[in-house]
Design a protein around this ligand. Structure first.
Ligand code: ADP
Length: 601
């Protein structure tokens, strides 16, 4: 009788427990339904253009499916815990999948073993189910520390995916993971009946896991591709056959200045792209692709053809950018057209350099010719004067001096040009140096004396602290640097003071040997912020009319920058348009010894 009573109490407890479980499942189903509705709604509204929205959706669906599987399995075999392990493609380990039943997320995260280690590894490796009567007594279970997850006993089966042929014959079996059920409820043990149930469940579960994995892989690949396209430095635009935008990456959105709140996908391209030149090119290219006979004939000159495929876009700062447009048809199959893809490459720099080179050639030819005119004139005067006997000794010396100055100017220019090509080939290291400890003040005085003769509107001032600073340099090169700065200061100001400043600086982390900071300050035309950024660029000359009015090649500061770098130093500019500029540079007082250089590299 007593026995009967106990059974009834036990059954009541069991019914109560099942009721609770049912309530839990209902709650979860309701929550899941709610989440799905929310997701559907979220899918319906357009995602923000920069987001790639699939990840959270897929992961939530994946988690919901797994949760259902582990929950159902735990209920059927009456296990306290149920967890699925799959092989991690990257590490090769068997890893527990989130969510698990009866395990915390932290426990799941921790639960991973190499595929041939421990109890889980054994099941994965052999493809055979296993019982674990007492986890604390099993060496294999201890190996993967099952007891730390509160595992007392277990029933586990491999998740095997069977591939069948058309006659339903198994042609291949792949173990994709392990399904663990831990701790039979009511202090009981798992039995053969549980094993049979679990094996039947496992077949289904393996297929579910495999499908999820394939789906996740496809989604991941798709996302990787989407992220790659999104982050390309070229602009990508895909227009579907009905003229709507099917893809537009971040760079394309930036090129056409699409506001961030506007999602261009699905909109007619003429509505989104508000640049007539671009629309005309897109239209023409689409027509040409659909009807190749319309394409530009090869007899059109190359430059003209190139220009027809370029668009120029001016941004809010009035900066102009040039993009080269390539187009191609995208087909899914021979008769199914997905659309036309356009690639926009920024060729602004290339075009600028080409323009600068052309300008440079005409400037250099002009600059090279300039000294020739006085040379020719004075040589003729010398010939005539000597023949006709009217030339005094004084005049002769003066004419020869003028010729010599112009020869020097010519040879300086030719040297500069040769140095540019050396630097282009070998960088700053291409500059040969005759290192010598030099008094900076002496170099500055030579420069002041030379430059003084070229202007009567400027006052040249030497402002050194201390008066004499000894620096390891090549005396010719340091003079070259100062000559460039001072002659620019004179050239690009109508008058006023030109101050050569030098300050000796104590040793610092950057310059353990100590350094000297040198600046040439003028009260001239100054530079805009944009121009400052371009100082030191090869061939750079400001568009300022006052600059264009004076001769120059735009290579002086390019050379200077490399000469300073050859000392292990650097240059910078402080300037304000209309007020004046200071061209600064800093170089170390001493050069590191050659063995130190070797060690450092
Ligand atoms: P160049 O003087 O032959 O043009 P540089 O390389 O010496 O070439 O200088 C490049 C450009 O930098 C100049 O064309 C000018 O636009 C600008 N620049 C250089 N020095 C000054 C200065 N002191 N004040 C204003 N602009 C300057």
């Amino acid at each position: 009788m007593c026995n009967e009573n106990e059974k009834i109490v036990g059954l009541r407890a069991e019914v109560e427990r099942l009721r609770k479980e049912l309530a839990e499942v209902r709650e979860q189903l309701a929550a899941e339904r709610q989440r799905r509705t929310e997701l559907e709604q979220a899918k319906g509204s357009a995602p923000a253009p920069t987001e790639i929205a699939e990840t959270p959706v897929v992961i939530t669906e994946y988690e919901a499916t797994l949760r259902r599987v582990v929950q159902r399995t735990a209920m059927i075999v009456q296990a306290e815990k149920c967890v699925i392990m799959v092989r991690d493609e990257e590490t090769g380990d068997l890893v527990a999948c989130k969510p698990a039943w009866g395990m915390t997320d932290e426990e799941v995260r921790r639960f991973r073993v190499p595929p041939d280690v421990g109890y889980s590894g054994e099941i994965y490796k052999t493809g055979k189910p296993a019982f674990l009567e007492d986890a604390s007594a099993s060496p294999r279970a201890r190996l993967e520390q099952l007891h730390t997850y509160g595992v007392r006993n277990a029933l586990s089966v491999p998740l095997i995916l069977e591939k069948r042929d058309e006659n339903n014959q198994i042609v291949d079996r792949v173990t994709v993971g392990v399904l663990h059920c831990f701790n039979k409820r009511f202090e009981d043990r798992f039995n053969e009946e549980d094993l049979r149930l679990l094996e039947r469940l496992a077949r289904n579960t393996a297929a579910v896991i495999a499908n999820i994995q394939i789906y996740m892989q496809v989604v991941e690949e798709k996302q990787k591709l989407a992220h790659t396209i999104e982050s390309l430095s070229a602009g990508i635009l895909l227009i579907s056959p009905d003229g709507r935008i099917a893809q537009m990456n971040a760079q394309a959105r930036a090129i056409f200045q699409i506001p961030s709140h506007l999602d261009p996908i699905g909109k007619p391209y003429q509505e989104v792209i508000r640049n007539e030149q671009a629309i005309a090119i897109l239209q023409r290219k689409m027509q040409e692709l659909m009807n190749p006979s319309l394409a530009e004939s090869h007899s059109t000159p190359v430059e003209e053809r190139a220009q027809q495929n370029e668009i120029t876009i001016t941004d809010e700062d009035e900066d102009q950018y040039i993009y080269q447009v390539h187009a191609a048809l995208v087909r899914e199959s021979a008769d199914k057209l997905i659309g036309t893809v356009f690639i926009f490459n920024d060729i602004t720099d290339i075009r600028n350099i080409e323009r600068m080179k052309t300008e440079f050639v005409s400037i250099v030819s002009h600059e090279l010719r300039t000294p020739l005119t006085p040379m020719k004139g004075f040589i003729q005067m010398l010939i005539d004067g000597l023949e006709e006997g009217w030339l005094t000794k004084e005049e002769q010396r003066e004419y020869y001096q003028i010729i010599q100055e112009n020869v020097d100017r010519l040879s300086r220019m030719i040297n500069d040009l040769l140095n540019v090509s050396r630097i282009e080939r070998m960088g700053a290291a291409g500059i040969e140096m005759n290192w010598e400890i030099t008094d900076l003040r002496k170099a500055a005085e030579v420069v002041v004396n030379t430059q003084k003769g070229r202007t009567d509107k400027h006052t040249l001032v030497i402002d050194f602290e201390p008066e004499h600073i000894e620096v390891e340099t090549d005396p010719d090169k340091i003079q070259n640097i100062l000559q460039n700065f001072v002659s620019n200061a004179i050239k690009y100001s109508e008058g006023g003071e030109v101050r050569i400043i030098a300050r000796q600086e104590p040793p610092s982390e950057e310059f353990p040997q100590g350094s000297v900071r040198i600046g040439v300050k003028d009260q001239g035309i100054g530079l805009s912020e944009k121009e400052i950024k371009r100082i030191g660029e090869k061939f750079f000359r400001s568009d300022n009319k006052k600059v264009r009015a004076v001769g120059g090649t735009g290579i002086g500061l390019f050379l200077v920058k490399h000469l300073i770098a050859r000392h292990g130093g650097y240059m910078w500019v402080e300037s304000e348009l209309g007020k004046g500029s200071t061209f600064w540079f800093r170089i170390p007082l001493r050069q590191p010894k050659q063995d130190e250089v070797a060690k450092a590299s």
